[in-house]
Design a binder for this molecule. Sequence first.
Ligand SMILES: O=C(O)CCC(=O)C(=O)O
Ligand SMILES: [Fe+2]
Length: 336
Amino acid sequence: MVATVETASMPRVDMDRFDDQGYIILEDVFDPERDLDPVVQEYSAVLDRVTAQWVAAGKIRSTYADLPFAERFAHVLNDAGPEGYRPFDIILGGRFTAETPMDELMHLGPAIFNLITHPRLVGAVEQVVGPEVLSNPIQHVRIKPPESLLTGEFHKRNTMVSATEWHQDQGVATTDVDNTEMLTVWFPVLDATIENGCLCVIPESHKKGLALHCPSKPGETWDLRIPEAIRGPDTLPVPMKRGSVIFLHRRTMHASLRNLSSAVRWSFDLRYQPVGQPTGRDWLPSFVVRSRKDPSAELHDWHDWARLWHETRDYLLANPSAPKPRRWTGTEVECA
Ligand SMILES: O=C(O)CCC(=O)C(=O)O
Ligand SMILES: [Fe+2]
């Protein structure tokens, strides 16, 4: 049989390796110029828009338009305070009122939708998740300025802009999704290096079940973490070139390093799962990215995707969701 263009160029996932190691790196999934540069452009437009709005509202001192991206973004976050990251992330969270416009609550744009639904990415995800694939709404962009430029203490607690402590994604999710076969997909927008804060993993750590996570105590600048006594000292930094992607099993222990460089450390983390399993955020929109059974169920227009999030905003204004109980109490001896 002659391979079609699609199957000939589709990244192949070595499932034996993924099952054994708990992670796998796929190179050249995205074309940096075609897929990632538009994301950078989309975000510069967001930054221009948000800074103009916030200068007018007296929330920040300047648009900082003459500064390079990393410095500009850091100044904006420092001036704007803990809420400053919100218009950039790709998920709805926290409290808001009807007065807050959607474009101050999250970012929705065609370049992002292109990443989430990218045929080469989804083709690889399908090899792990199966033929019916749902985009789980737990998704983030992490745009981390050089640590030295962030002045507010609150930034240290925010893993969107600072380093991330050791965890398993199942451990930070709620117990209702323990059986959901959720796949974490992480990729850099710009090269991720040891100096700028790449991801780190512990190979084979997914084989030992769900590990204890300890919540922080007052004054500590992190939220949840697996103590070193449990995870062990052998960790593996995974520097990655733009265009490549890493898949993580939901029990693979991972963290990210601090950004000690002078440039921005920029990544996305998306999640996919089989259709029909709970997402952990029932009130947020999930959608079908691949259905072999019913291809017409797939979402292909970014406007439809944006509409789902707009409807969710309206729904949440009318039906504020109660927080789910936390899994970890911190009372175990290992957390002392
Ligand atoms: O990029 C990071 O700092 C952490 C990412 C992470 O924990 C995830 O993608 O699940
Ligand atoms: Fe994670």
